[in-house]
Design a protein around this ligand. Structure first.
Ligand code: UT7
Length: 333
């Protein structure tokens, strides 16, 4: 069977206009701006307008138009949309299908949402790469877009200080003849036994939402931060090592790591466990907080735009999230 190499053709991002700083949070919940910065690395986050124009598929539309321009493609070149989100515009139809219409795509491309929380972008990236490699599709749009501000409890300081809204996308497709771009290796995994460390059990088929739940604020996301922290660092390091080993490369071959941005201390600990310097870790958590599925594509896009990540660089994506899901990708950009 003929197989194809995969190339990142273009990237894009969208950050909502409204910025919420740590100091702003002091008047919303009992917290301390300095505590937030010291314990998480976050200084501010972006928050979507509730008036419209910045819902997850709106942000994805903006980001995708930039990615299309960078890739020199038109919307109908997209054969597949994989939309990583845990905060979709609506329950049905899926966000990928809504985005297909907003982009004006008329080729009936496949559309699927990926509910893998913070690992959603990497799940999509790895699944779409496999489809491109085998020739099943030519170009795929991978989205990570979240409006977490709708789903966090603004009275719970354990969670609301951590999250932000935003979107990042990547357009990937067949590498042209002679291109050095490729995916070396990828891994996806999950440990469902840790599901209760980060969940949102109210509002589904088992326990439909009631007025009492809303009154009590029981329907929001809830997280056991310490438990998540421990599994996150271990899993991120293990997956990074797995893809490097599988590729037959060494740590020195890796130019950049684009890790999930959940906590600067998680990123620092992971770097230490892998044995890589912080100068190779792409970090932007201070500006956006944790935007779940959007952290990796936003950080990737920013590092390309400011010239840190260049064509030919070896880049490692590494994410972890609720589920507990995780995934990593090692590629030559
Ligand atoms: O994207 C999915 C992956 N996300 C994660 O994996 C998140 C992982 N977890 C974390 O990032 C950290 O565990 C948190 C940032 C959530 C919490 O940091 P921590 O260092 O584990 O804090 P803690 O919960 O142990 O709390 C330390 C102290 C406590 O006070 P005492 O008991 O020592 O007096 C808390 O009450 O800090 C207090 N505290 C706060 N103070 C001000 C907890 N939250 C806050 C707050 N503002 N928001």
């Amino acid at each position: 069977m003929k197989t194809y190499e995969v190339k990142v053709l273009g990237t894009g991002m969208y950050a909502p206009k409204k910025i919420l700083t740590n100091v702003d949070l002091e008047s919303i919940v009992e917290t301390d701006a300095q505590w937030i910065f010291e314990r998480t690395g976050i200084q501010e986050r972006h928050i979507c307008s509730t008036e419209g124009g910045e819902f997850p598929t709106d942000m994805a539309l903006n980001a995708t138009l930039d990615a299309l321009k960078a890739a020199n493609l038109v919307p109908n070149d997209i054969d597949l949309i994989l939309f990583g989100t845990c905060t979709p515009d609506v329950k049905l139809p899926n966000s990928a299908s809504i985005l297909q219409v907003k982009l004006g795509i008329t080729n009936n491309c496949a559309c699927l949402d990926i509910a893998a929380a913070c690992s959603g972008f990497i799940y999509g990236f790895n699944m779409a790469s496999a489809m491109i490699k085998t020739g099943m599709i030519k170009n795929a749009l991978i989205v990570g877009s979240e409006m977490l501000s709708r789903e966090v409890n603004w009275k719970d300081r354990n969670t609301c200080i951590l999250f932000g809204d935003g979107c990042g996308v990547a357009l990937i497709g067949r590498a042209e003849e002679g291109s050095e771009s490729k995916i070396y290796s990828s891994v996806l995994n999950a440990d469902g036994t840790g599901g209760e460390f980060f969940d949102q059990p109210i509002g589904g088929a088992v326990t439909p939402l009631t007025a009492e739940h809303i009154e009590a604020g029981a329907h929001y996301m809830q997280m056991k931060g310490k438990e998540m922290f421990k599994v996150a660092t271990r899993t991120l390091a293990e997956n990074a090592q797995k893809v490097i080993t599988e590729a037959g490369l060494s740590l020195e071959d890796v130019d950049w790591v684009v890790p999930h941005q959940a906590n600067i201390r998680i990123i620092e600990t992971t770097a230490k466990l892998i044995g890589i310097g912080m100068d190779k870790m792409i970090v932007n958590i201070h500006k956006y907080g944790n935007t779940s599925a959007a952290t990796v594509p936003i950080a990737f896009h920013e590092a390309i735009m400011d010239g840190r990540i260049k064509r030919g660089d070896v880049v490692l994506f590494d994410a972890f999230g609720a589920g507990l899901t995780a995934g990593a990708t090692l590629l030559k950009y």
